[in-house]
Design a protein around this ligand. Sequence first.
Ligand SMILES: Cc1cc2nc3c(=O)[nH]c(=O)nc-3n(C[C@H](O)[C@H](O)[C@H](O)COP(=O)(O)OP(=O)(O)OC[C@H]3O[C@@H](n4cnc5c(N)ncnc54)[C@H](O)[C@@H]3O)c2cc1C
Length: 380
Amino acid sequence: MSTVAIAGAGPVGLTAALVLARRGVDVVVLEQEPGLAAESRASTFHPPTLEMLRDLGVVDALLRKGLVAETFQYRERGGDAIATLNLEVLADDTAFPYRVQCEQSKLTPILLDALPDTAEVRFSHAVSDVSPRGPGVAVTTSRGIVHCDWLIGADGAHSAVRRSLGADFTGTTYPERFLVASVAEDLTAALPGIAPINYVFDPHEWLVLLRTPDHWRVLLPTPGDTPDDHELRRLPDRLTAVADLGRPWRLAHASLYRVHERVTSHFRDGRVLLMGDAAHVNNPLGGLGMNSGIHDAVRMATALAEVLAGAPVGVLDQAARTRRTVAVDHVQAASRANWARLHGHDDEYRRQLRELAADPVATRAYLRRACLMDSLETTA
Ligand SMILES: Cc1cc2nc3c(=O)[nH]c(=O)nc-3n(C[C@H](O)[C@H](O)[C@H](O)COP(=O)(O)OP(=O)(O)OC[C@H]3O[C@@H](n4cnc5c(N)ncnc54)[C@H](O)[C@@H]3O)c2cc1C
């Protein structure tokens, strides 16, 4: 029986583990932390991701924890909605014509619980080195060496697996940082008419307002070179400028982070696969990072299971090439365009959005691209 080791128990590593274990493959997940990450990161699940989670038997548990969002909005800062798009137009395309708003930290325990006995998760096992050994791979961890037939690097943007392979991660860093504030305020009262997800246009300070089950989240662009404490001190004024509540907003949590757009050249190197943030990163506008990482996990782990069952290894190469094409041509291209448009004073784009919202056929085509449904039909 072949064993697949997976570095990283994030949403991507655990999805790959579940795909492989459900197909009878022995899996060992090596996670550096003593438990699953609890930090607030991705919070949007798109329809094709929900379909994949349904096929893995975990979507009902996610739906119980999440919030169904049928619409999202483009808005003027301090003004009205430019366009509201309704995902109902996807009713013939998917059983899930909506987004689910739910933190990724609520998905990972669901995936962990769903793993059968053939999958073992070893916490406090940090991977530091990877070397091909005979027909398999020797993985050095903080608790000793693990031998496996195949290794999946799903250990996030700073991937030790990728670094150990000497693989590149080329691309750019965005000029501004992103500040995410989780607030204990009901923004539907403060900004009547807003949708659960709102992209707010402004040439000086665009922003995104997102509802999650526990909080509203406000995403604000922030200069790349100012001290963190200065930015956190001026956050209350920036929130009051979004909506004046007559008192300071109740802040639950705030974090500042740098955003990169990078990709590695090969998602397969011999017996090692890279997927999710270990293979590609993009800005969070449009909610594509975790979703595309889960798609990598389902498509590449399925191909690996087929190879382990006797299919030619070309099946895996094809999957790895296709997922790289998707990362560059769909995920990075769309998230970069979302960023550029939010900055704009582009009245032509506003007019296009209004026309789009009024035309269900055009809305459907737009939403199929925006939720990565079309990307799953890509071949490379
Ligand atoms: C603020 C923010 C908001 C975001 N919003 C969205 C969104 O709305 N929608 C979306 O789709 N994406 C979003 N993203 C991106 C999304 O969070 C990532 O794409 C996603 O977490 C990638 O999952 P992953 O499993 O590849 O990596 P990670 O979630 O980073 O998981 C990697 C795991 O590997 C472990 N690990 C790391 N190094 C080692 C090692 N050496 N050995 C063993 N284990 C290791 C880590 O502890 C972690 O558990 C957002 C990101 C941020 C920062």
